[in-house]
Ligand binder design. Structure first.
Ligand SMILES: [Mg+2]
Length: 230
């Protein structure tokens, strides 16, 4: 199906990226690449995964979670192309299935992520969605070639996803769709009318318990929104 359902005609959909548009967490994937020759790779990948989860569940502030993980990874520019190639293979199954409808709605779809343009933009472009609708962070190279969080990044601070969503100036109804606590905050801070907990990849009980809508996949999201927005 590639026509926009009538109840969505005036809606704006704000999608999270990691564990939502794609099934994994990009920084966890980056860890697999960055630490490929580290002798204690397994232990470090696991530590990064734990920090990722702490950030997503709200147990650690998102800026702290991002900084700790980037510091542990020593990211360099040559790691980005293999990362993008991996992420292209991890588009969530229901996003893949409904690609034609998502493309038909591309002007109403925004991506709001605490991840990085450097790998989100190519994946979003390949899906046929609008790269100029991506709100995310940027990397900046130090003189030693190590990539760090660009301090002017838009989505790296506590509450910044909600601020980014509000700054888009979209008219209601606005729906935030994601798996993490920072996605719920877009709703709790008043920057959208509905929050849908996306559970296709991961179920975070702390987030699901706060959600108006549970979306196990894109079809489930549409079914729930057809009732809310009718
Ligand atoms: Mg996420």
């Amino acid at each position: 199906m590639n026509t926009i359902p009538p109840f969505l005609k005036s809606a704006s959909l704000f999608f999270d990226f990691d564990s939502t548009l794609i099934s994994g967490e990009a920084i966890d994937e980056l860890a697999q690449i960055a630490l490929v020759s580290a002798p204690d790779r397994g232990a470090r990948v696991e530590k990064i995964r734990i920090i990722t989860n702490a950030g997503m569940e709200g147990a650690m502030p998102i800026d702290e979670s991002l900084r700790q993980r980037l510091d542990m990874l020593q990211v360099r520019a040559h790691m980005l192309a293999p990362l993008v190639a991996r992420l292209q293979q991890q588009v969530s199954p229901s996003v893949q299935r409904n690609g034609a409808m998502l493309r038909a709605m591309r002007d109403q779809i925004w991506i709001i992520s605490s991840g990085f343009h450097e790998w989100i933009d190519p994946v979003v472009a390949a899906l046929g969605l609008r790269v100029d609708h991506v709100n995310a962070n940027r990397l900046l190279a130090n003189t030693d070639g190590i990539l760090k969080l660009d301090p002017s990044s838009r989505c790296a601070m506590v509450g910044s996803k909600a601020r980014a969503a509000a700054a888009l100036g979209c008219a209601p109804p606005r729906i935030m769709i994601g798996d993490g606590m920072t996605d719920f905050e877009v709703f709790s801070q008043g920057a959208c009318e509905y929050f849908a907990a996306w559970t296709e990849s991961v179920v975070r009980p702390a987030v699901v318990s706060k959600a108006d809508i549970i979306a196990p996949h894109f079809e489930g999201l549409l079914a729930a929104l057809s009732e809310c927005l009718a």
